[in-house]
Design a binder for this molecule. Structure first.
Ligand code: NZQ
Ligand code: ZN
Length: 391
């Protein structure tokens, strides 16, 4: 293991088809007023909302509802939630939904007691709330697997007015206090969102894996997670109601991005930087935006990262490599990745998710660039990757 790091993840997880029953006990740790954030109505259609509301009522909580947290939550909606929380003296924010609702809830939690310009300081300048600033606790009841937001301090918000999507990872204070992961809740996730979530998980692992060349325990963990995900994704795509596969995917999502496999790694995250900008322009599901630019990105990273791509081919995709050059082995690994993406039905170009050539300058401008992984990309390189990702 290279480098020095600290590891601390304070989120308490409850996993399994009975996990929601522990909400009652968790609620005892917080004050009487609960801000219940949720999305555009799926939780009402599948009955999860009723279950949660009954538990909140039984616990005697005052419930303040904030519905309509959209996929890829906007700054405008963030401002609305902060206003509601301020007006109602909220004690706990309960996120009921996917990564968007969880992210959003953390954004509100960080900003309610902030006296300055929270957007500028927390998202644009990537600062943390000052020491001593009160931060509301967040609990998550997760309904979709993908982002890992249930056990991390990430918060991605879109400034729709400026077509700019920006993520930031707060310090530990913004990690959810608890998260409930019931794989059965994910069974009603639409097919495209399930697939987008699967690729989001895969790419979170790849973003951490494709950096450095040292022999690192984190990479062995990453390889195990990728192998498990590939197996479970194939089963889930064939039979979305397969509990075993869906539960494996949900648990993998959490471990893919709860800081563990990033320990001792420099990490990459440039696929996410490009993907976020593609998302701001196309409004496509987050995982689809990542998938659509991945092949062009990883083909470019392959040469400078050759040894790691060889390892990826052998350890994740079982490429034997006998009689092949390192380049051929690495290339075979990327072809196996592409074949798996095609097999489970992911987009491989940005055209498939609604991007057009005239958007490329804007997407390039909205992509945050920095030296990462095996590359040091400049805006002109982003343009080339986007051009290579369009049909
Ligand atoms: O609006 P609702 O009704 O909630 O419907 C959602 C939404 O339309 C639906 N859905 C979720 N659970 C469902 C369901 N429909 C039926 N049954 C269920 N059980 O699925 C749609 C997508 O939900 P969303 O929460 O937007 O998806 P996801 O979990 O992929 O979250 C995406 C957001 O997370 C950010 C992304 O950028 C994006 O804004 N990310 C957050 C990260 C983090 N915190 O670390 C990292 C990621 O890389 C990512 O950037
Ligand atoms: Zn992601």
């Amino acid at each position: 293991m290279q480098g020095n790091f600290s590891y601390h993840n304070p989120t308490k997880l409850y996993f399994g088809d009975e996990s929601l029953k522990y909400l009652k006990d968790e609620l005892k740790n917080f004050g009487p007023v609960v801000l219940l954030n949720y999305g555009s109505g799926s939780v009402k259609r599948n009955g999860i909302y009723d279950q949660v509301l009954a538990i909140l009522k039984e616990a005697g909580k005052t419930i303040v509802e904030n519905p309509g947290v959209m996929s890829n939550p906007t700054l405008e909606k963030l401002r609305e939630g902060i206003k509601i929380a301020r007006e109602n003296n909220v004690d706990l924010i309960l996120a009921l939904g996917g990564g968007s609702v969880c992210d959003y809830s953390k954004g509100v939690a960080a900003s309610v007691f902030h006296e300055g310009d929270y957007w500028d300081q927390f998202w644009l300048k990537q600062q943390n709330p000052p020491a001593g600033q009160k931060i509301l606790p967040v609990g998550c009841i997760l309904t979709m697997a993908g982002t890992g937001s249930e056990m991390n301090a990430g918060t991605v918000i879109t400034d729709a007015e400026h077509t700019f999507k920006v993520g930031r990872v707060f310090d530990d204070r913004l990690m959810p206090k608890f998260s409930m992961l019931n794989p059965k809740f994910t069974m009603t996730v639409p097919d495209n969102q399930m697939k987008a979530g699967i690729y989001d998980i895969m790419n979170h692992i790849m973003e951490q894996y494709f950096s450095d060349f040292d022999d690192n325990t984190s990479d062995y963990l990453a390889e195990g997670l990728m192998r498990g995900l590939i197996t479970s994704s194939r089963i889930a795509v064939m039979n979305p109601q397969d509990y075993e596969a869906r539960s494996n995917i949900m648990w993998t999502a959490t471990w893919a991005l709860n800081t563990l496999i990033g320990c001792g790694k420099h990490q990459d995250w440039m696929v996410h930087m490009i993907g976020h900008s593609v998302g701001a322009w196309t409004h496509a599901p987050h995982g689809y935006c990542l998938a659509a630019v991945s092949m062009a990105y990883y083909r470019r990273a392959m040469k400078p990262g050759l040894a790691k791509f060889v390892r990826f081919a052998k350890n994740v995709w079982d490429i034997k490599g006998e009689g092949m050059t390192d380049e051929q082995i690495a290339e075979a690994g990327l072809e196996a990745l592409k074949a798996w993406m095609q097999e489970i039905g992911l987009p491989l170009t940005i055209s498939e998710i609604g991007a057009t050539a005239d958007m490329i300058p804007g997407i390039t401008e909205g992509t945050i660039c920095y030296p990462a992984g095996y590359l040091d990309l400049k805006p002109e390189d982003i343009t080339e990757i986007l051009k290579a990702s369009i049909e």
